[in-house]
Design a protein around this ligand. Sequence first.
Ligand code: NAD
Ligand code: TYD
Length: 376
Amino acid sequence: MFYIYLFNFSLSLPPQTKFETKKMKKTIFITGGAGFIGSHVVRLFVKKYADYRIINIDKLTYAGNLANLKDIEKAPNYIFEKADIVNVEQIKNLFVKYNPDGVIHLAAESHVDRSISNPTEFIFTNIVGTVNLLNAARSCWKDNYEGKRFYHISTDEVYGSLGEEGFFTENTAYDPRSPYSASKASSDHLVRAYNHTFGLPAVISNCSNNYGPNHFPEKLIPLAINNIKNMKSIPIYGKGENVRDWLYVIDHARAIDVIFHNGRDGETYNIGGNNEWTNIDLIRKLCEVMDNKLNREPGTSASLITFVQDRAGHDLRYAIDSTKLMKELGWKPSLQFEEGLEKTVDWYLNNVEWLNNIVSGDYKKYYEGMYGDKAK
Ligand code: NAD
Ligand code: TYD
């Protein structure tokens, strides 16, 4: 078996050889599995379901990083396929090759600021890419949907922006306000349309802001950790009064597992941390944790906080009501925020090579273009 396994790696034999397909209960496509959330979902499924064949489909954009999956890359039930969900042929061929039972679709362009400076890529990947997957699934499953499921991962940002009160529920009307959230809203509508019109068994979840290990340092928390570590300014948009509801990424992965297996077709589930923070309070908290971990005088890291020009169209507040998911499927977050933040900081301080590999490459150019002299 060991011999066949190595052999398979070097000669790319058909997947049956590696997986002994007959013993595998299900074949699952996970798109975007080399990204932040996707890598945690891949890891959870590969480890928890030894009898599932997990196929990670990822284009490896700037945000995709196979180093996120080093610990499981040789698992016998895991395969990586480099492919672009926008490429019809590539996606069709993968469906023919593997005949999956389920798709968990996370691949996306995911950063709001990039969607403001370059919206078009978001339209291709998030909308056209999703439609390609839906078409390929329909054509592969030939309208025989027994045991099949298409699970689309979305965001709370499709609901728009809240005032000081209230929460997004599954019935909140869509009101996306950035090119990113508009592209995600569009893909959600298309998934629902395929469910309604063609009977494709689909389920959607909309989650609040995630944080945790492997988060690309263009997003607030890892960007701030990296800057604090290097005694660089921490850029806070506007007055830092915008509110986000933060959820530890592994709790999101756990919710995805529960919804994929027990959610109902045609339904939407909101996932949130019930954990709202203004950006400025969150960064102050993070500064305390960093001072402590780096043995700095209290206040050293907070002195790096710098208010910079606000993001265009910056949504004021997101907050999720996850009652449906908690009541119907019994999920709840496992970590308090303080504990999750400490774990996250520890991960970044212990994974210097991972972080340095990112910030030494194209990230530098991105950072200078985005923040210029304002946050050196
Ligand atoms: P990410 O940017 O870290 O990862 C995205 C992954 O998709 C990368 O590995 C990238 O290489 C891959 N990808 C991009 N374009 C592709 C293409 N054309 N073909 C194949 N692969 C492609 O994103 P993330 O933060 O892990 O988010 C994953 C999903 O979860 C997204 O759909 C996002 O909208 C959603 N989401 C994210 C958050 C959050 O806080 N990060 C919250 C709610 C929902
Ligand atoms: P981000 O991590 O980009 O996630 P999202 O825009 O999807 O919520 O941003 C989280 C919040 O932090 C958001 O209100 C914008 C703000 N922010 C800053 O203040 N400074 C920054 O440098 C970044 C990247 C974000």
